[in-house]
Design a protein around this ligand. Structure first.
Ligand code: PMP
Length: 352
């Protein structure tokens, strides 16, 4: 008999897969997606664009058109940009290129779990530093850990998923200044926070900035991008798979980004709904919502969070339960939906 487990490397054996809830639901508020569909007019342009794609041919390996559009928007040369099949893939690319077996990766805890999962799958060793009060980055502790383990790569989600806050900018600059490794600032929620380390890209040769189109309406396309020094991009391009960005995703995201005003309006609506939802949650006894600069809100409940999750789920509303996480006891995360969805969520949770 073949024992599959005997082939699996130790680090992978220890891993748990990334949690994705697959429960059918009426109102989906679990995955930080943009709840708004494209307008009919823009969808028409997308359909026209798709007609021109030659799917019998490989896609443009450099994703040149998409890169040009992004380059113009972020005012960063194309040589400093790499497109990924979602920013997840870029995290994998970074950890494939920088650091080898047993090298250390430093992260705050709690943070986006894929940093640790990918690090372990590539035989790197993630080390977490737990966040302080109000989910602040404990700078001294972070720096002393950095000094001790000399990480090859440091991940900072800015703002942080799942806590929703942005760490202190000066603290992050200190990390950038003191480390001898690569610092990845993951700005997945940039469109909702408008805070960025992009101005530091020129002076900080070890800085990588990650962004994604997933949170602003294109999660299904799987498009992320990173910005970094040209030399970093050259190294990363050596390990990037040649056709990592497919033709449909390149075409559709290019068309949507060329019509950015529509997306921008949706982002504005999400931000104002977030602030309303925050006020609504604050008024409910037994709920403590944490400030958010993203398109989601983390909140703590005064009872077992699974109970709240299940009751919402019984009503067709799916959010994310973090009750089993040591650092997020009795916490849940709700993604900002449409006004109707948010109201129904609030009404349901009020009744609990
Ligand atoms: N970074 C952070 C901080 C995230 O929260 C997420 C999505 N949950 C990602 C990266 C991955 O995004 P993508 O869909 O681009 O792979």
């Amino acid at each position: 008999m073949i024992d599959i487990k005997s082939f699996v490397k130790k680090e992978v054996k220890e891993l748990k897969p990334y949690h994705i809830e697959n429960t059918p639901c009426r109102i989906k508020l679990d995955a930080m997606e943009n709840p708004y569909p494209l307008s009919e007019a823009l969808m028409k342009k997308v359909v026209e664009g798709i007609k021109g794609i030659k799917i019998n041919r490989y896609p443009d390996p450099l994703a040149s058109r998409l890169k040009d559009i992004i380059s113009l928007h972020v005012k960063t040369p194309v040589d400093n940009i790499i497109i990924g099949n979602g920013s997840d893939e870029l995290i994998q690319l970074i950890l494939t290129a920088f650091g080898g077996h047993g090298d250390r990766v430093l992260l705050p805890i709690p943070t986006f779990s894929m940093y640790g999962i990918i690090a372990m799958s590539l035989s790197l060793m993630p080390e977490g530093v737990s966040l302080g009060k109000n989910w602040a980055l404990p700078l001294d502790k972070f720096l002393s850990n950095m000094e001790r383990i000399k990480p090859k790569v440091i991940f900072i989600s800015y703002p942080n998923n799942p806590t929703g806050n942005s760490f202190d900018k000066e603290s992050i600059l200190k990390v950038l200044e003191k480390t001898t490794g690569i610092v990845v600032i993951d700005e997945a929620y940039y469109d909702f926070s408008r805070k960025t380390f992009l101005p530091y890209l020129k002076e900080c040769k070890n800085l990588i900035i990650l962004r994604t189109l997933s949170k602003i309406g294109m999660a299904g396309l799987r498009v992320g991008y990173l910005m970094a020094d040209k030399e970093i991009c050259q190294e990363l391009n050596k390990v990037r798979l040649p056709y990592n960005s497919n033709a449909l995703s390149q075409e559709i995201s290019s068309i949507i980004l060329e019509n950015r005003t529509e997306i921008q309006k949706q982002i504005g609506a999400i931000i104002s709904e977030r602030d309303k939802l925050m006020e609504g949650l604050k008024e409910i006894e037994g709920i403590e919502p944490y400030p958010s600069e993203t398109n989601f809100i983390l909140f703590k409940v005064d009872r077992n969070s699974k109970e709240v999750f299940d009751r919402l789920s019984d009503n067709g509303i799916l959010i994310r339960n973090f009750g089993n996480d040591n650092y997020l006891k009795d916490c849940l995360r709700v993604t900002i939906g449409t006004p109707e969805e948010n109201n129904e969520f609030l009404d349901t949770i009020r009744k609990l």
